[in-house]
Design a protein around this ligand. Structure first.
Ligand code: SAH
Ligand code: SF4
Ligand code: F3S
Length: 437
């Protein structure tokens, strides 16, 4: 009998990658994916612990999924990802209907866990002191997909004072380059044209003895793969962005003109309290070097407001940096206390209302900058990798090398090709245009 699984994925690209790992394991065991949790025999929630909001969202979804057991008593409900890793067996006590908790490095154990559940055992598995297993790319799984992720390293050694990630993903470990390149080749064989190489801090990728092979050398090898059209990577940490890596933007034609370089705060005092390991001056210098090598490079970033002790003056430094650099896009967050981090014990805490006010000011500023940047593209031609249908009927959607969303009308079958689009109009978040050729 065919069984169905439903997986809800929250959080970052690491979780998206992990959910695909789960999908490949389950499809191997005759499970089919469903978008409707009511039709599922197995429900898994892949969670994020980075801020209080996604954590609350995960618990409320978990509650709603467990209720479905009333209609379907044989339904299995599990939790994986960063919350699963952080709270482990405590979750089994808190949610009596929960069947299993799967740690961030235990995905490969899922088939075994399902077997043990059939015998009635509740399983808790969360051991950070091991290297993950990685998916064996399953034939046909990626059919129809134009882009995909490939994990190149796991974990993080930086322990920024606000951040839960090192506590739930363990220390940095790099995957062997051959494994990464083989996985990429297998994806390309299924039609994937663009890969994003993933890690919390890809700049410190290093494999092998002595100095080993660093990230630039991995990029060069990926650039040589036949059939692959585009390479992206995320995330890079400013303190480790080397000149050699910046140089890659001048040399590698498949490397997209986009870098995501989180700065987190514009005030040196706050950067120090965050333990980020760079100053605003150093950050500005990096963006100048990148723009010198690739004048069209898009720079996007993450920033937070209301870190403990952040004054109005500190916040002004953040606003100033945003004005100066003119990011193409900015992901901004209110600081959120995370259990077990150093910032949790720092003070004074900034009131929620003040954080909301700062976030508002920052987001309006960025919206104006994003719109201005997109307006400069109206009247020009951009190269778009076509990813699929847009939400609007008859329109197709894709991204430019600079990672901007572009929509256009098109009847031809252009999925997976890079086409020229003449930009006609824009919003802060997307471009609209007409296909040339
Ligand atoms: N490895 C990446 C970040 C991963 S977390 C890096 O170092 O840049 C993604 C983003 O969430 C971070 O860049 C940060 O802006 C935000 N973030 C992390 N912890 C947070 C917290 N406690 N409160 C608010 N935002 C946080
Ligand atoms: Fe978190 Fe800092 Fe590591 Fe990024 S570099 S994952 S923000 S600890
Ligand atoms: Fe969230 Fe874990 Fe990613 S905490 S941001 S899902 S590494």
């Amino acid at each position: 009998m065919v069984r169905h699984y439903f997986i809800a994925t929250m959080g970052c690209q690491m979780n998206e990658y992990d959910s695909d790992h789960v999908g490949q394991l389950l499809q191997h065991r005759d499970f089919l994916a469903t978008e409707d949790p009511k039709k599922a025999d197995l429900i898994i929630i892949n969670t994020c612990a980075v801020r209080a909001k996604p954590e609350q969202k995960a618990y409320s979804l978990l509650g709603r999924m467990i209720v479905l057991k009333k209609r379907n008593p044989s339904l299995i409900v599990g939790i994986m990802g960063c919350i699963a890793q952080q709270w482990g067996s405590i979750l089994l006590d808190r949610f009596p209907g929960l069947d299993f908790v799967l740690g961030t490095k235990e995905i490969g154990k899922l088939p075994e866990i399902l077997r043990r559940l059939e015998q009635g055992a509740k399983v808790f598995a969360a051991d950070l002191n091991r290297m993950s297993t990685f998916p064996a790319v399953r034939s046909g799984y990626f059919a129809g997909r134009v882009k995909s992720f490939v994990t190149i390293m796991e974990g993080c050694n930086n322990f920024c004072t606000y951040c839960i990630v090192p506590h739930v993903r363990g220390r940095e470990v790099s995957r062997p380059p051959e494994e990464i390149l083989n996985e990429t080749t297998a994806l390309v064989a299924q039609g994937v044209k663009e890969v994003t190489l993933l890690g919390q801090n890809v700049n410190s990728y290093r494999y092998g003895r002595g100095h080993g092979d660093g990230f630039p050398s991995l990029l060069r090898r990926a650039n040589a793969l036949d059939g692959l059209l585009r390479i992206r990577f995320t995330t890079s940490h400013p303190k480790d962005l080397s000149d050699e890596l910046i140089q890659c933007f001048g040399e590698l034609e498949k490397l997209c003109s986009h870098v995501h370089l989180p700065f987190q705060a514009g005030s040196n005092r706050i950067l120090k309290a965050m333990r980020r390991g760079y100053t605003r001056e150093h950050y500005i210098e990096l963006t100048e070097k990148l723009r010198n090598i690739r004048p069209d490079i898009a720079i996007t970033s993450d920033v937070m407001v209301g870190f403990p002790g952040e004054t109005e003056r500190d916040f002004e430094f953040t606003m100033d940096l945003v004005r100066r650099i003119e990011f193409d896009n900015l992901y901004s967050f209110k600081y959120s206390d995370r259990a077990g981090t150093r910032a949790e014990k720092m003070g004074p805490k900034i009131p929620e209302a003040e954080k909301a006010c700062r976030l508002d000011a920052l987001q309006s500023l960025q919206k104006a900058i994003s719109l201005n940047k997109n307006r400069l593209l109206v009247g020009s031609t951009v190269q778009v990798l076509v990813e699929g249908r847009s939400r609007r009927e008859n329109q197709m959607t894709g991204r430019t090398g600079t990672n901007k969303v572009a929509n256009f009308n098109c009847d031809m079958n252009v999925l997976g090709s890079i086409i020229n689009v003449a930009v006609k109009r824009c919003s802060p978040n997307s471009l609209w245009g007409e296909v040339l050729d």
